[in-house]
Design a protein around this ligand. Structure first.
Ligand code: FMN
Length: 393
């Protein structure tokens, strides 16, 4: 450290004590440094310094100046009482060792200030301390810049703790860095909470993306269950429009053509969306494959309703139209589906086919209605999955 001419040359030594050279002429103000008793001077050393100073400078009024003395003692007490660790290193000494550590530092690290004076503070680092953070501090000290980091340190008893460390250079009047002040705060709880939150978020994200994957697979499976094409029949043109939902939906339609070329049509809509809806649709498709040959739509609905109920779908229902279309006739029944439209070409008239009924899996004994329409060339039938959104027909 380059000493000013009017300063006593007080130097920390490796063992934490100081030597004094007062050969230079000095201003009284520098005597004040003797008062904070946590500096590394022994009482004996302090007395010696005072004597030497008094001997050289009889005008030394500052030592008697109670107000400055009080102020310094107050500052010393404040440094000691601070909850945070406060450390000072001497940049002029080899290895930038600590020359001061307050009680907050002792509480935080478990090291007594006598243990740490004369040592570089890197002794707090350990096996899991991030080398990149150490490098960041090293660079800042090298370029004599302030730095704030969060670093994993270890107490004297080996317990790790997270240290929010701010290091600030202290400059003399000529702008030369003479010391560094370190501020240490224990942020272990905050870092632990953040780490736990991060872990929980990562877990949620993994679960979420797995569920998304499962839902996408289920949606694809459900789409794969729909017919690839519409039946090619000599007496009927069929068109289907279905807008597929982003998630697994409950919309379902199916065809069955018997040997005589008669068409059985199923249009269904499960309550709700998601996997449960997908499951009841799968079950309904299996039942349709089994019972599509049934002549009477009412029988089909009753049997399917009973079978679904027995499968134990809780609070899940399936609305469904079951229709038999032969050349010249439509026989159909509905379990809670939107009413279909029938365009009678010969009369140029549109009729709403009002057939009411409870959705399947609710009351298997429900008395479903059957409707029969005589079809002629040019007539049109429109069935809906949902009438409000008009998504499909
Ligand atoms: C005043 C001061 C206080 C410091 N306090 C700590 C501390 O509490 N914990 C820590 O890990 N490093 C602390 N350091 C940083 C180390 O002492 C050292 O500068 C850092 O490890 C980079 O240097 P190195 O690469 O030589 O080890 C402090 C440095 C100074 C100057």
């Amino acid at each position: 450290m380059s000493q000013k001419k009017d300063m006593p040359d007080i130097r920390s030594t490796r063992d934490g004590y100081s030597s004094l050279d007062i050969s230079a002429s000095m201003a009284p103000v520098w005597c004040a440094i003797l008062y904070p008793n946590r500096w590394t001077l022994s009482t004996h050393m302090q007395r010696t310094i005072v004597k030497k100073i008094l001997h050289r400078n009889h005008d030394l009024h500052l030592l008697a100046n109670d107000s400055i003395k009080d102020q310094l003692m107050l500052k010393d007490r404040a440094l000691s009482a601070a909850a945070e660790g406060i450390t000072i290193s001497d940049f002029s000494l080899e290895g930038n060792p600590l020359i001061y550590a307050n009680e907050g530092f002792e509480r935080l690290t478990g090291y007594d200030h006598k243990d740490v004076v004369g040592k570089n503070c890197r002794f707090l680092q350990g096996k899991d301390t991030n080398p990149a953070t150490i490098e960041q501090i090293r660079q800042a000290i090298h370029s004599q810049e302030p730095v704030t980091v969060e670093i994993l340190n270890y107490r004297k008893d080996g317990q790790p703790f997270w240290n929010r460390l701010s290091i600030t250079p202290v400059r003399d009047r000529d702008g030369n860095v003479t010391h560094f002040i370190g501020l240490q705060s224990d942020i272990t709880e905050r870092v632990k909470t953040e780490q736990a939150l991060l872990k929980a978020t990562e877990k949620l994200e993994t679960t979420n993306s797995r569920m998304k994957g499962d839902l996408e697979a289920a949606r694809q499976l459900q789409l794969d269950m729909l017919p690839n094409s519409v039946p090619d029949l000599p007496y009927l043109d069929i068109a289907v429009k279905m807008e597929t939902a982003q998630e697994v939906g409950g919309d379902y339609y199916d065809f069955h053509v018997d040997r005589a070329g008669h068409l059985t049509l199923a249009i269904g809509d499960a309550t709700g969306h998601g996997l449960k809806a997908g499951t009841i649709v799968t079950a309904t498709k299996a039942l349709f494959n089994m019972w599509a040959h049934l002549k009477n739509p009412v029988h089909f609905l009753k049997k399917t309703s009973g079978a679904l109920k027995n499968m134990g779908f809780r609070n899940m229902y399936m609305a469904m139209i079951f229709a038999k279309i032969t050349p010249g006739q439509l026989v159909y029944s509905s379990a809670g589906m939107p009413f279909a439209f029938y365009y009678d070409a010969s009369a140029s008239r549109v009729e709403e086919l009002v057939v009411k009924g409870m959705p399947l899996a609710a009351f298997p004994d429900f008395a479903y209605q059957k409707k029969i329409i005589d079809l002629k060339s040019g007539d049109l039938l429109v069935f809906f999955f949902r009438r409000d959104s008009g998504t499909a027909q």
